[in-house]
Design a protein around this ligand. Sequence first.
Ligand SMILES: *[C@@H]1O[C@H](CO)[C@@H](O)[C@H](O)[C@H]1NC(C)=O
Ligand SMILES: *[C@@H]1O[C@H](CO)[C@@H](O)[C@H](O)[C@H]1NC(C)=O
Ligand SMILES: *[C@@H]1O[C@H](CO)[C@@H](O)[C@H](O)[C@H]1NC(C)=O
Length: 135
Amino acid sequence: MVRITSALFTLASLTAFASAQQCSGNGSICPNNKDGVSNTYLQCNSWSHQYQSANCPTGQVCYANPNMPGFVMCGLPGTGGSGTCSGNTAKCAGASGQGSAYLQCNQWSHQYQNASCPSGLKCFNNASNTGVFCK
Ligand SMILES: *[C@@H]1O[C@H](CO)[C@@H](O)[C@H](O)[C@H]1NC(C)=O
Ligand SMILES: *[C@@H]1O[C@H](CO)[C@@H](O)[C@H](O)[C@H]1NC(C)=O
Ligand SMILES: *[C@@H]1O[C@H](CO)[C@@H](O)[C@H](O)[C@H]1NC(C)=O
């Protein structure tokens, strides 16, 4: 995560929550390596080599960052760590034409949110792979 300065300022209070787990560098992990559950994440302190607990923004949970191995990201529950998005983009949750679930970009939060085609219809990615249609 990039919230280095705030993590440093709260170092003292975080020490109590620090995991005994050793780490190196400035990487971060989700507690128990579980995606999409915890509102906190563990940030490696590169001086003490100990993980320290830090908070995701309110309402968000920790995911392993698919675009940055060794680092976490915070996202809305149900987004599967799909990263940030922009505009009215959407993509099928699985292969095109296989299931009804898809991920719709929330234009305000820039996070994907779960969505589903109406019952009986399947999700297809559109020709430019930036949107979906149900059929
Ligand atoms: C943390 O690690 C990343 C990836 O190696 C690097 O780009 C970044 O500069 C590092 N930040 C600090 C404060 O060391
Ligand atoms: C969103 O979808 C994923 C898989 O498609 C599922 O694991 C997750 O529980 C869903 N989250 C919500 C909040 O519906
Ligand atoms: C795919 O869907 C996106 C989002 O609705 C839309 O902006 C884009 O024009 C669509 N592409 C095609 C080729 O229809």
